[in-house]
Design a protein around this ligand. Structure first.
Ligand code: NDP
Length: 341
C-alpha cells in the first residue's frame, strides 16, 4: 500500500479580485490532511480543470452556486485516482471526476463526484477534458436550445476554446453552415482546417460585422453566445426571424461588470422574435450519460476532435487561469497536477 500523504498543497481564496485576478487574491500553501472519516475517500488529483467560471466563483456577483468563501479552498473541476477509501463502493485505484478544489489531494464523501470511465483509444485528458464539462455544455446548449436544422447558419464565438470547438463540430454533424469567431489566425486556421468549420472570423484583425455580412448573406439562425459585448451585438444584428441564441457565457464581462448594450438592442430581439435562453450545464445533469455516450461515440469514430491545452504545475494555477481571459489558452485548459499513469 502507498504511504498516504500527511499534507497537501492547495490554493485558498484570500481576497475577491477587482478586475483581473491579481497576485495575492489567491494563496498557495501546504496544509495538513486530516485522517479519513467513515464514508470518505482520498483522491490524488491528476487534472484540475480551469474554467472561465472560476472568476465568477471568486466574486460575489449573482451566480448559480454560492461564491467561494474567503479563506476557503478554491473550487474547481478535478479528475483523480482514489488512493485511500473508507467509503463502501469506492475502491482504491478507481478514477473519479467531479467538483473539487485547486489542490493536489482532496478528501471527498462522494458529493458531486462520479466514477470516470476510461475509454479505449482516448487519453484521460481528452476524455476528462471533453466529457466532464465542455462537451455536455456544447451538446445540450446547441442541440436542446439551439435546435439546429440542416442548412441553417450557426455562429459560435470563442470558437477554438473548450466549448466552442465542440459546438462547431456538432453543428457540422447536424448539417449547419458553421462560422466561428476567434482571436488570431492560428485559432481560425485550426477550426477551419482541422475541425471542418466553414469559415472563421479573426476578431482581433478583422471587422466582425463586415465579415459576417460577407460570410452569412442570408443571415444567422443560431448564435451560440460565449463572449458577449460588441461581438455578440454584431452577431445579433444579423440574426434571422425566429433565430435562437443559447446564452452559454459572457466571458468578455467576467472581469468587468459594467457591460452595456447599445440602444435598440432589445428592440431588435423583440422585432426578430429571437429566443434567448441562458443555461448552466448542470441544468442537464440527469441527462449527462446521454451526452457522454454520444460525444464519446463521435470521438471514437473520428467525427469529433478535441484539443486540450495542458499546463504543468498546480503551483502556477492562479497564473494559468488568466489565460482564459487573455485568450492565450488554445483548447480546453487543464493543469496536470500529477502524471496520469
Ligand atoms: P475557452 O477554452 O473558450 O477559453 C476562453 C476563451 O474566451 C479564450 O480562449 C478567448 O478566446 C475567449 N475570450 C476571452 N476573453 C474574451 C473577450 N474579451 N472577447 C472575446 N473573446 C474572449 O473556455 P470554455 O470553453 O471553458 O468557456 C467558453 C465560454 O463558455 C465561457 O463564456 C464560459 O463561461 C462558458 N461556459 C458556460 C458553461 C455553462 O454551463 N453555461 C459551462 C462551460 C463554459 P479567443 O482567443 O478566441 O479570444
Amino acid at each position: 500500500m502507498t504511504d498516504l500523504p500527511s499534507h497537501r498543497h492547495a490554493w485558498r481564496l484570500r481576497r475577491r479580485p477587482t478586475g483581473d485576478i491579481a497576485e495575492g487574491d489567491l494563496a498557495y500553501a501546504a496544509e495538513p490532511l486530516p485522517a479519513l472519516a467513515e464514508g470518505q475517500f482520498l483522491l490524488k488529483i491528476i487534472y484540475l480543470s480551469l474554467d472561465p467560471t472560476n472568476r465568477i466563483w471568486m466574486s460575489d456577483m449573482e451566480q448559480y452556486m454560492p461564491p467561494v468563501g474567503l479563506g476557503d479552498a478554491m473550487r474547481g473541476g478535478v479528475c483523480g485516482r482514489v488512493i485511500a477509501s473508507r467509503k463502501p463502493g469506492v475502491d482504491v485505484g478507481q478514477l473519479m471526476a467531479g467538483l473539487g478544489e485547486w489542490a493536489d489531494h482532496i478528501i471527498s464523501d462522494g458529493t458531486a463526484m462520479a466514477p470516470m470511465p476510461m475509454l479505449p483509444g482516448l487519453s484521460l485528458a481528452a476524455a476528462y477534458g471533453t466529457l466532464s464539462l465542455v462537451g455536455p455544455t456544447a451538446y445540450f446548449g446547441l442541440l436542446d436550445i439551439g435546435q439546429p436544422k440542416p442548412g441553417e447558419t450557426l455562429v459560435v464565438s470563442a470558437a477554438a476554446g473548450g466549448v466552442g470547438q465542440i459546438v462547431g463540430q456538432i453543428g457540422k454533424i447536424k448539417g449547419c453552415r458553421v462560422i466561428g469567431i476567434a482571436g488570431g489566425k492560428a485559432k481560425c486556421d485550426f477550426v477551419t482546417s482541422e475541425l471542418g468549420f466553414d469559415a472563421c472570423i479573426d476578431y482581433k484583425s478583422q471587422d466582425v460585422g463586415a465579415e459576417l455580412d460577407r460570410l452569412a448573406p442570408k443571415g444567422i439562425d443560431i448564435n451560440f453566445e460565449q463572449v458577449g459585448g460588441d461581438i455578440m451585438v454584431e452577431v445579433v444584428k444579423r440574426m434571422n426571424l425566429f433565430g435562437r441564441m443559447p446564452l452559454c457565457g459572457l466571458i468578455s464581462s467576467y472581469n468587468d461588470l459594467t457591460p452595456t448594450e447599445p440602444p435598440g438592442f432589445w428592440t431588435m430581439i423583440l422585432m426578430r422574435r429571437l429566443t434567448i435562453r441562458g443555461f448552466i450545464v448542470t441544468d442537464f445533469m440527469p441527462r449527462y450519460a446521454e451526452a457522454a455516450q454520444t460525444l464519446a461515440g463521435w470521438m471514437l469514430s473520428g467525427q469529433l476532435k478535441t484539443r486540450q491545452d495542458i499546463r504543468p504545475g498546480l503551483e502556477h494555477a492562479a497564473e494559468t487561469v488568466k489565460a482564459l481571459y487573455s485568450g492565450s489558452n488554445f483548447g480546453k485548459l487543464l493543469v496536470e497536477v500529477s502524471p496520469p499513469d
